[in-house]
Design a protein around this ligand. Structure first.
Ligand SMILES: [Zn+2]
Length: 103
């Protein structure tokens, strides 16, 4: 019998080794994915806002930016820096996978 509402897969934000590089790793708990493919390395600053948003960060209250472009209140650089700090603060947290692993 198939489950009608299968449990969603989860992703965890981790700081990749070596930690001093400041690269993040998104790790899936989907055991159907081969272990070597179960992590996505984030090395581009422009990716921080999207991932931080997945973990609950809000780029600007105005809602006019996703954090990668300036809005009338904040610059993209400022928001990308804040997203990075947010991810550092939330290392090890787990949320539902919004589709990073084809979910
Ligand atoms: Zn704004």
């Amino acid at each position: 019998m198939q489950a009608i509402n299968p449990k969603p897969f989860m992703i965890t934000i981790e700081l990749a080794e070596p930690r001093r590089m400041g690269n993040f790793l998104i790790v899936s708990n989907d055991e159907s994915i081969p272990l070597e493919d179960r992590g996505i390395l984030i090395q581009t600053d422009g990716d921080y806002p999207g991932i931080a948003s997945t973990f609950g960060w809000v780029p600007c209250e105005c809602g006019e930016t996703d954090g990668t472009v300036d809005c009338s209140h904040r610059t993209a650089d400022e928001m990308i820096g804040e997203a990075f700090e947010f991810l550092l603060d939330h290392e090890g947290e787990t949320v539902e996978d919004p589709g990073y692993f084809g979910g």
